[in-house]
Design a binder for this molecule. Structure first.
Ligand code: ZN
Length: 280
């Protein structure tokens, strides 16, 4: 929730963040060919401290300064940082909240509080207004190993709608048993956001299991109120962890990052995965 994001941000990444001047107030080209600044829609949006939902946004095109900003060594190898940086720079407003009013730091935190699903939708739109909707991607055929290049239109990608539940209740099959023998099963899970993606990206490369533990720790809360630690989340049974992962997958929304690919060599049809980083 946006209310906590600043505190969460300070706690999580004290001092390790890029320079605040990374996010400029520069508006660049925000208008279309008719001189109009178009407004687009998010699926989930953001709820502010007054309980108001903001689910529209405006963008400006990506420029050379943005390209330089995401080419920095500490940013370019982390997909979460690339997206947070680009969206913080190129998104100008979300609902009635504007980058101008909030200033660079608060704006960056707000962008990081957007759900991953909304960020992907926004990024796809940013790609389209900056470079067009035609894309080329490469995949390896799982059947014969041929290297395939597929042309597609980002407009054809499916947008999976948000189901309206901002928090997903869970009831673990086994649950966490604490030192007193009490079993904790009930709780809620929130959606992963841009800050989660940025923090988890390096972990995902090194140790998928730890990345999963960390994501669960960040997004889950037990109704009993016990503080959630890495240790608790890693001591959960595989059954519970798989249950939570499935629950989160069943509630996913945003851009469906899969396209149909046909192998030109052997005729095999398969689903090719897309990575948002390839949209650049
Ligand atoms: Zn093939």
């Amino acid at each position: 929730m946006v209310v906590d994001i600043e505190k969460q941000f300070e706690e999580d990444v004290k001092g390790s963040r890029g320079e605040p001047d990374n996010i400029t107030i520069d508006e660049g080209y925000a208008t279309d060919e008719n001189g109009v600044t178009p407004e687009y829609s998010l699926e989930m949006g953001i709820v502010d401290e007054n309980g108001i939902t903001h689910n529209t946004y405006t963008l400006r095109e990506i420029n050379g300064k943005d390209e330089e900003a995401i080419s920095k060594n500490d940013i370019k190898n982390n997909i979460g940082k690339v997206l947070n940086t680009l969206l913080s720079r190129c998104c100008l407003s979300i609902g009635t909240l504007t980058k101008k009013d909030l200033g660079p730091k608060k704006w960056e935190n707000l962008i990081k509080s957007l759900s991953v699903g909304d960020q992907d939708i926004m990024f796809l739109r940013l790609r389209k207004i900056s470079l067009g909707s035609e894309m080329e991607t490469t995949h390896e055929c799982p059947s014969c190993g041929a290297a395939l290049t597929t042309l597609y239109d980002t407009d054809e990608l499916e947008i999976v709608p948000f189901n309206g539940k901002r928090e997903i209740p869970f009831d673990l099959p086994r649950g966490y048993k604490d030192a007193k023998g009490e079993v904790h099963k009930l709780g809620v899970m929130r959606y992963a956001n841009g800050l989660d993606r940025e923090i988890l990206a390096p972990l995902l490369v090194k140790n998928v299991g730890k990345a999963r533990t960390s994501l669960l720790k960040r997004t889950c809360t037990f109704n009993s109120g016990i503080p959630i630690t890495d240790d608790i989340m890693s001591s959960l049974s595989l059954k519970d962890r798989d249950y939570l992962q499935k629950l989160s997958q069943d509630n996913l929304f945003g851009v469906n990052m899969e396209i149909e690919v046909s192998c030109t060599d052997c005729g095999e049809d398969f689903k090719g995965k897309l990575n948002p980083v390839n949209f650049l």
